[in-house]
Design a protein around this ligand. Structure first.
Ligand SMILES: Cc1cc2nc3c(=O)[nH]c(=O)nc-3n(C[C@H](O)[C@H](O)[C@H](O)COP(=O)(O)OP(=O)(O)OC[C@H]3O[C@@H](n4cnc5c(N)ncnc54)[C@H](O)[C@@H]3O)c2cc1C
Length: 417
C-alpha cells in the first residue's frame, strides 16, 4: 500500500529526481508481497537519501538486484520501498596489476566478467542466470555454485564494501588492496545476510587470471554408490577438480546428461597441468569418461531456479562430506538430486502437483541442517525456511545494533530477523 507521507519524504529526499516508479509496484513484489513504491537510485548519495527518508518514516526497505533469487528467505513482513539496483551498474575501478576490481552492486555477474575479461581476468563465482544476477545479490545471498570447491565462496573474494546502513549512513569496510590489516571484516557480515543488516552499494573484490584451459568431463554410473566412490577418489588424488557434482537421472534428463548417476568434473588451469590431471581423472572415471561442452555447468546451476520447468521445492542440506552418500541414497526415485561431493552440499528438488501442505514440506525437508531455497510463497507462512539456526540469539543482537527499527528486509532472515 502506498503511504502519502512516505512518498512525499522520498520526493523531498531525492530533490525531484525522476527515479520513483509507482506503476512498477507489481513487477517488484517480494515473495508475493507487493512493493509500496519502487525507487531506482543512480548514485550512492541517492540510495542513502532513500534509506534515510524511509527510516524516518519507519518504512521497510528491500533491495532488488536482478530479481533472480528474491524467492530466497522468509516472506518479508513488509515492503514499503523497493530499492532497485538497476542504475547502480558501473565498474568503478579495475586495477589489473593489483588484481582487484570495484563494481556497483547492480552490475550483473556476466557483465562484470565481460569487463574483467578484456584484461584476461575474472571473478570466479557462479550464479543462476548470471546475465541478470547482480554482484550485490550474489553477495547478499552468499550464493555459490560448484566452482566454490576450487575457487572458494563469494565472501572469500570480497575485500571491501560500501554499504548504506539502516539510518541512511554510508559506511565503508575493508579497502582496495588484497592485504587489509586493520579493522573488522564487516563485509563478511553483510555477505549472506540477505539485505537485513545493510544494503550493499559497491563491492571491491580480488580477481583472478582466467585459466588457460578448461575441460569438463562426465561419466555415467548405474548406481549412486559407484558415482560417489569415483568422485571421492578424484578428490583425494591429484586430479584436483575445480568443481565436481553428481546428479541423478531426474536432473540429468533435464540438463541433457541422461539417465543414471552422472559425475560432472571441471579441471582447469595451465595447459600442461590440466593434461596430467585429466589422465588422473580417467583412472577413476574409467572408459565411460567423455568430454562435454562447459555450458553444462550453467545449465546445472540454473536448473533449480528455472522458471518454466524448475522444481516446486528445492531444499539444500549442508552435511559433512562423509554423510553425502547417506543423503544421496535417501532420495526417492522421483526426486531430483544435485550433490556437491567435495563441499557436502546436497540439493534435493521436488516437482509437486497441486496444493502442497506444510506437512509435505516438513516431510521432504526432514531433519538436520537444511535451508528451503525455493518453494511457493504461501507455504512459507509458519515455517522458517532457514531451518533451525543455532546462533539465532547472537544474530538478533547484531540486527538490533545495526537496524534497531527493523526496517531492512524485515522478517526475511533466520528466526524472522
Ligand atoms: C542478523 C544477522 C546477524 C549476523 N550475525 C553474525 C555474527 O554475529 N557473526 C558472523 O560471523 N556472521 C553473522 N551474520 C552473517 C551471516 O551468518 C552470514 O550469512 C555469514 O557471514 C555467511 O557465511 P556463513 O558461513 O554463515 O554462511 P555460508 O556457508 O556462506 O552460507 C550462506 C548461505 O546460508 C545462509 N545462512 C547463513 N547463516 C545461516 C544460518 N545460521 N542458518 C541457515 N542458513 C544460514 C545464508 O543466508 C546464505 O544463503 C549475521 C547475519 C545476520 C542477518
Amino acid at each position: 500500500m502506498q503511504r502519502p507521507s512516505l512518498l512525499q519524504s522520498l520526493k523531498t529526499a531525492l530533490q525531484g529526481k525522476e527515479v520513483i516508479y509507482q506503476k512498477k509496484r507489481a513487477d517488484y513484489s517480494v515473495d508475493g508481497v507487493e512493493a509500496g513504491v519502487v525507487v531506482m537510485p543512480g548514485s550512492v548519495e541517492e540510495a542513502a537519501s532513500v534509506v534515510e527518508a524511509a527510516g524516518r518514516e519507519g518504512a521497510s526497505v528491500v533491495a532488488y538486484g536482478g530479481g533472480t533469487k528474491m524467492g530466497m528467505g522468509n516472506r518479508p513482513r513488509g515492503v514499503d520501498v523497493v530499492l532497485g539496483m538497476e542504475r547502480l551498474n558501473r565498474m568503478v575501478d579495475h586495477q589489473p596489476g593489483d588484481m582487484t576490481a570495484t563494481f556497483e552492486a547492480g552490475v550483473p555477474l556476466s557483465e562484470a566478467n565481460r569487463r574483467l575479461g578484456e584484461k584476461g581476468q575474472w571473478l570466479p563465482l557462479q550464479s543462476p542466470m548470471p546475465e541478470r544476477a547482480t554482484i550485490g545479490g550474489i553477495l547478499a545471498t552468499a550464493y555459490s555454485g560448484p566452482m566454490a570447491l576450487g575457487y572458494g565462496l563469494p565472501r572469500d573474494w570480497v575485500i571491501g564494501m560500501r554499504v548504506v546502513n539502516a539510518d541512511g549512513r554510508v559506511t565503508k569496510s575493508g579497502g582496495k588492496v588484497v592485504k587489509n590489516v586493520t579493522g573488522y571484516d564487516l563485509h563478511k557480515l553483510y555477505t549472506g545476510s540477505l539485505g537485513t543488516l545493510g544494503i550493499i552499494l559497491e563491492a571491491t573484490s580480488k580477481v583472478a587470471p582466467r585459466p588457460q584451459v578448461s575441460r569438463t568431463l562426465v561419466a555415467r554410473f548405474g548406481f549412486c554408490r559407484e558415482a560417489l566412490e569415483a568422485s571421492r577418489g578424484l578428490l583425494k588424488d591429484y586430479a584436483s577438480p575445480q568443481a565436481l557434482v553428481v546428479v541423478n537421472g531426474v536432473v540429468g534428463n533435464l540438463v541433457g546428461l541422461g539417465d543414471g548417476w552422472t559425475a560432472v568434473v571441471m579441471v582447469e588451469g595451465r595447459s600442461v597441468g590440466v593434461e596430467t590431471r585429466v589422465v588422473k581423472a580417467r583412472e577413476y572415471l574409467g572408459e565411460r569418461m567423455e568430454e562435454v561442452d562447459e555450458g553444462i555447468w550453467q545449465r546445472l546451476v540454473d536448473m533449480p531456479w528455472r522458471e518454466k520447468d524448475g522444481p516446486t521445492v528445492c531444499v539444500r542440506y549442508n552435511v559433512t562430506t562423509s554423510k553425502v552418500g547417506e543423503a544421496m541414497e535417501s532420495a526417492g526415485a522421483e526426486d531430483g538430486v544435485i550433490v556437491d561431493v567435495g563441499m557436502g552440499v546436497v540439493r534435493r528438488l521436488w516437482w509437486m502437483e497441486g496444493d502442497i501442505s506444510k506437512n509435505d514440506l516438513n516431510m521432504v525437508a526432514g531433519r538436520g541442517e537444511w535451508v528451503v531455497e525455493r518453494c511457493p510463497p504461501g507455504l512459507k507462512e509458519g515455517i522458517d525456511v532457514w531451518g533451525e539456526a543455532a546462533s539465532v540469539e547472537l544474530m538478533r543482537r547484531v540486527k538490533a545494533k545495526l537496524d534497531p527499527k527493523g526496517i531492512l528486509s524485515p522478517g526475511r532472515f533466520v528466526g524472522g530477523i
